[in-house]
Design a protein around this ligand. Structure first.
Ligand code: NDP
Length: 285
């Protein structure tokens, strides 16, 4: 990158541990460059429980804002003076804005990214059209459930390997969210309008054998895992002729509202950020 850093250069970034493989720096810097903004987007890897002190040190104008990723999303909620409704429901902040008066505003754009990915890859899907099943009960699943509740889904079913965690998410969000174990997946799938994999099973190399054949032919199958881009789950969904939405689209789309919050303008549409991410991910994608 041949961009000049000046005394007026704005700074934004991403905090995570590890952060080395984050796609956010390539995405935001490509947009910054194309938009001709005097700004830079950098990675931060605060150590362990140091996030609150790290974030407090940035208050009052040092930085425009931060995207926050694993494992700091809950800690980012705790250092937010003001929190959006979607971040409160999600129980996590992935966008932390540092206001000039020293205060912080926490938001969560993961759910927006998820809904925007559906809008891009399954344009006629309406979240109000039927039950949504989310497999997994971690932070990503809770954020997704919150987004679908806010979008008017009539029912959101959390299906998780550990039943108690599914029930915790259901209790935290209340109706229309319910929880059940993986043993009940086929029953939960029967009338599903959409099924979303929000587990980390693919990341650790364990295959997640979900009963996709129990879904109606009209169901849309989404996988938050994006490496590989076509996961085993999405490949099986395609074999069953179900429409699919991939995790990379969600990742790219959740970056849009963050960029807008940092720099007060929409990212330039001419940049092929999806292609850029695929080239960064390499042949395994
Ligand atoms: P967490 O660690 O908080 O939760 C992991 C979940 O996966 C738990 O519910 C866990 O079940 C379940 N799980 C793990 N392994 C298995 C398995 N072998 N079989 C069944 N269930 C399993 O992770 P996050 O919620 O933060 O993230 C989940 C995934 O979503 C990750 O792969 C992450 O990369 C992805 N993600 C993608 C985004 C995108 O933009 N595309 C955005 C955010 C996340 P249990 O409770 O039983 O342990």
């Amino acid at each position: 990158m041949s961009r000049k850093i000046t005394g007026a250069t704005l700074v934004a970034g991403v905090a995570g541990a590890p952060v080395r493989h984050s796609l956010s720096p390539p995405i935001h810097n490509a947009w910054i460059e194309a938009a001709g903004i005097d700004a830079v987007y950098v990675p931060f890897a605060p150590r362990g429980d140091n996030f609150p002190r790290f974030a407090d040190g940035l208050r009052g104008g040092a930085i425009r804002g931060l995207n926050v990723t694993v494992p700091f999303k809950e800690a980012a909620l705790s250092v937010s003076d003001e929190v959006s409704e979607r971040a409160t429901l999600a129980g996590a902040v992935n966008l932390l804005i540092f206001n000039e008066d020293g205060s912080t505003t926490g938001d969560n754009t993961d759910g927006l990214g998820l809904l925007a990915a559906f809008a891009a890859q399954a344009p006629d899907y309406d979240p109000k059209s039927g039950p949504v099943v989310i497999v997994g009960a971690g932070g990503a699943a809770r954020g997704a459930a919150a987004a679908f509740v806010l979008a008017g889904a009539p029912e959101v079913r959390i299906v998780n390997r550990t039943l108690a965690k599914a029930e915790l998410v259901a209790t935290a969000l209340g109706p229309p969210v319910s929880g059940c174990g993986l043993d009940d997946a086929a029953r939960a799938f029967t009338d599903a309008a959409a099924v979303i994999n929000a587990t980390s099973a693919g990341l650790v190399g364990e295959a997640l054998d979900l009963p996709l054949e129990a879904t109606p032919a009209s169901a849309i199958i989404m996988d938050m895992t994006y490496k590989p881009l076509e996961t085993q789950l999405l490949a099986r969904a395609r074999t069953l002729q179900r429409r699919t939405v991939d995790g990379l689209e969600m990742l790219v789309r959740q970056a849009v509202p963050s960029f807008e919050a940092f720099f007060g303008q929409a990212p330039p549409t001419a940049v092929d950020v999806r292609g850029l991410c695929l080239s960064v991910l390499g042949p395994a994608a």
